[in-house]
Structures are given as structure tokens and as C-alpha cells.
Design a protein around this ligand. Structure first.
Ligand SMILES: NC(=O)c1ccc[n+]([C@@H]2O[C@H](COP(=O)([O-])OP(=O)(O)OC[C@H]3O[C@@H](n4cnc5c(N)ncnc54)[C@H](O)[C@@H]3O)[C@@H](O)[C@H]2O)c1
Ligand SMILES: O=c1ccn([C@@H]2O[C@H](COP(=O)(O)OP(=O)(O)O[C@H]3O[C@H](CO)[C@@H](O)[C@H](O)[C@H]3O)[C@@H](O)[C@H]2O)c(=O)[nH]1
Length: 325
């Protein structure tokens, strides 16, 4: 049985991964410091509480377990916070990952799937961004992820590490069974904030800018369902069985939705009124960010199964109506 270490498996995407791996017949161990994750999300596999910055804890983890592969979701991931406190981001996201890579090398574990981000591209120069687009991140969060991608490339050459950096666009939606979902505090993401507004929760929904050069003036994003991300990780892990090197794949739906279109879809799905106020543009927000994920389709055979915003919102709505944490 394949034993997979899921670092950050108590978080939003990582918890869906732990479930996906368990259902795929893998043995799962989650390592997480619960800084933004939830103990209540740990329904599958073994849970070890610990921090990637604690090299002794990592050494113990690898000394007492025999892992076949690692999936690494741990990160601080708020763009504006990263601009205010870049050292925290480089320490957690870069130093923490270096500690993990060294522990893996010491233990002879040579397969890694890493959560990267579309934020590595910076300001998009094309309507659809593929992996050959220049990587010019405009905030410390994106820069920290790009530094890790560089470490993975160097580790492939020097130590034979096999890796796949998966550059997610906007992760969205929740487990179709409603067992786990997205729960961040503070919540900065659009869809949970919209749905919380529909439930009468939160301090009031803000739309950050309606003067962009888009069809209705609000920003366009590519929302990809969290269970489609999970499927891509399983495919990437299998790919690394037969392929060495450091690989990079975009993961997005290829369709863009404006902020207003997301709100309109949420009104239809929930049947609730959703009110908002207009606010100034949020620093660091690109106008349009939509993926070209052809490489993941051609190389991994990945295709998102959720098509369209209503299906994504339906699954998120089920969770927000009845959240377990
Ligand atoms: N949510 C998105 O739209 C999105 C988009 C692109 C990339 N990503 C990346 O995907 C990954 C998962 O995102 P998420 O939305 O699930 O975030 P999340 O904050 O819900 O999950 C991150 C998990 O990692 C844990 N963690 C953080 N630092 C740690 C450390 N030093 N040691 C141990 N555990 C630690 C947290 O407690 C949390 O459980 C992140 O790396 C993020 O940068 C997310
Ligand atoms: O309350 C809100 C929240 C967001 N937005 C807007 O909605 C869009 C989407 O914002 P958000 O959900 O915060 O996602 P992004 O800022 O696009 O960032 C996500 O997607 C990136 C990759 O595309 C990842 O790197 C980040 O980790 C992840 O948070 C943006 O135009 C925001 O300005 C609002 O108007 N009001």
C-alpha cells in the first residue's frame, strides 16, 4: 500500500487530499501545525501535530515512518499579509520547505507533489496563461512559491528528487459529501465571503474595484474545484513513478468569471439576496487571471470534471449551510 505524507493536510485543500488518498487506497499520514488548519478535518489517516520549522520533529516523523511519497500543502497564503510581513512568508514557505526536502533526502523519499500557485506569474501578459509565461511574482507570497520551484529543479539535478509543482488558480468548492470544506479565519476568498453574506454572516461583502477593463468592470478569475485539484495530485503522483525531474503544471478550468458573475451565480444557486458595497481595488490583484492547463491535460490526462460556476457554488453552499468546523 502506498504510504503518503500529507503536509498541511488539516487545511482546506490538504484535507480534501487526505480523503482522496484514503479513497484511492493509500495509507495517509498528515503532518500539520494547525496554524490555519482544523483538527476536526482530520477524518482520514493518522494525524501528527508538528511544524515544518521544527527539524527535530521532522526527523522523528521520517525516522518512525516509511513514506513512498510526500504531498506538500503547508504555507502561509494571504497575498496582502505577505506584503506586510515578507520574512514570515519566506521563513514558513521557503525555510519550512527546505527542512522538509532535507528530511526527505535523509530518509531516501524521492517523490514530491508541491502546491504552487498562479501567483508565480505576476501580472498576466496573456488572456490564458500557460507554463511558458514569464514568472515575475509581484508579492512575497508568489515569490516564496517560485523560490521553492527553483529548489525543486536544483534538487532534481543534484539528488534525483522527482517533483511536480502544481500551479493552482483559484481553488473553490467543497467535498460533495459535505464532510469537509473551506474555513479560514479571517476569510479572504471571494466565494466563501459571498456565501457567508447569503447566510447573513460576516461584516458585509466588499467588491474590490469595479473599474477594471473587463465585461462588467470587476476582476476575472479561473475557479477550479477542490476535488479536481485532488484528482490532479493523484495523477501527478503516479506520473512521478515513471518520470524523473522537476515538472510544473497549471491547474485551472480555463474559464474566467467576473466577481459580479460569481455573485449572480450565488444568488441563483442559494435563492438568497446578496448585498455588497463597492470598495477600492485591492493591492496586487491582477485584472484577469485565467489558466491554460493544456499541459496537465496532455501529460497527466487531467481534465476538470466540474464545469461552470453553479456546480462549484452548489458544493460550497452545502458546506457553508452546515459546516462541521
Ligand atoms: N486556496 C487557493 O485558492 C490556493 C491557490 C493557489 C495555491 N494554493 C496553495 O495551496 C496550499 C493549500 O492552500 P489552502 O487554501 O488549503 O490553505 P490552508 O491555510 O487551508 O492550509 C494550509 C495548511 O498548512 C498548515 N501549515 C502551514 N504552515 C505550516 C508549517 N510550518 N508546519 C506545519 N503545518 C503548516 C496549516 O495549519 C494548514 O492546515 C497552500 O500551499 C497554498 O499556497 C492555494
Ligand atoms: O471579499 C472579497 C474577496 C475577493 N474579492 C475579489 O475576488 C477576486 C478573487 O479573490 P480571492 O478569492 O481572494 O482570490 P485571489 O486573490 O485571486 O487569490 C487566490 O488565487 C491565487 C491564484 O490565482 C492564489 O495564489 C491565492 O493563494 C488564492 O487566494 C479578486 O478579484 C478579489 O479582489 C472581492 O471582491 N471581495
Amino acid at each position: 500500500m502506498t504510504h503518503v505524507l500529507v503536509c498541511g493536510g488539516a487545511g482546506y485543500i490538504g484535507a480534501h487530499m487526505a480523503k482522496g488518498l484514503a479513497y484511492a487506497g493509500c495509507k495517509v499520514t498528515v503532518f500539520d501545525n494547525l496554524s490555519t488548519g482544523h483538527r476536526a478535518a482530520m477524518l482520514w489517516g493518522e494525524f501528527v501535530e508538528g511544524d515544518l520549522l521544527d527539524r527535530i520533529a521532522l526527523g522523528e516523523l521520517f525516522a518512525t515512518h516509511r513514506f513512498d511519497a510526500v504531498m506538500h500543502f503547508c504555507a502561509l497564503s494571504q497575498v496582502s499579509e505577505s506584503a506586510r510581513d515578507p520574512y514570515a512568508y519566506y521563513r514558513n514557505n521557503v525555510t519550512g520547505t527546505l527542512n522538509l526536502l532535507e528530511a526527505m533526502r535523509h530518509a531516501g523519499v524521492d517523490r514530491l507533489v508541491f502546491s504552487s500557485t498562479a501567483a508565480v506569474y505576476g501580472v498576466p501578459m496573456a488572456d490564458h496563461v500557460d507554463e511558458s509565461h514569464p514568472t515575475l511574482p509581484i508579492n512575497p507570497y508568489g515569490a516564496s512559491k517560485l523560490m521553492v520551484e527553483r529548489m525543486l529543479e536544483d534538487a532534481a539535478g543534484a539528488y534525483g528528487l522527482r517533483s511536480a509543482a502544481l500551479r493552482y488558480f483559484n481553488a473553490a468548492g467543497a467535498d460533495p459529501d459535505g464532510e469537509i470544506g473551506e474555513s479560514h479565519a479571517p476569510e479572504t476568498h471571494l466565494i466563501p465571503n459571498v456565501l457567508r453574506n447569503a447566510l447573513g454572516l460576516g461584516d458585509g461583502l466588499l467588491i474590490f474595484g469595479d473599474d477594471y477593463s473587463t465585461r462588467d468592470g470587476t476582476c476575472v478569475r479561473d475557479y477550479v474545484h477542490v476535488t479536481d485539484l485532488v484528482a490532479a495530485h493523484l495523477l501527478a503522483m503516479s506520473y512521478l513513478n515513471n518520470h524523473g525531474g522537476a515538472h510544473r503544471f497549471n491547474l485551472g478550468s480555463g474559464s474566467g468569471y467576473t466577481v459580479m458573475e460569481v455573485i449572480e451565480a450565488a444568488r441563483k444557486v442559494t435563492g438568497k439576496p446578496i448585498s455588497f458595497s463597492l470598495a477600492p481595488r485591492r493591492a496586487g490583484d491582477p485584472q484577469v487571471l485565467v489558466a491554460d492547463s493544456k499541459r496537465a491535460a496532455e501529460v497527466l490526462g487531467w481534465r476538470p470534471s466540474y464545469e461552470g460556476m453553479p456546480a462549484i457554488i452548489e458544493s460550497a453552499w452545502r458546506w457553508h449551510c452546515n459546516p462541521r468546523y
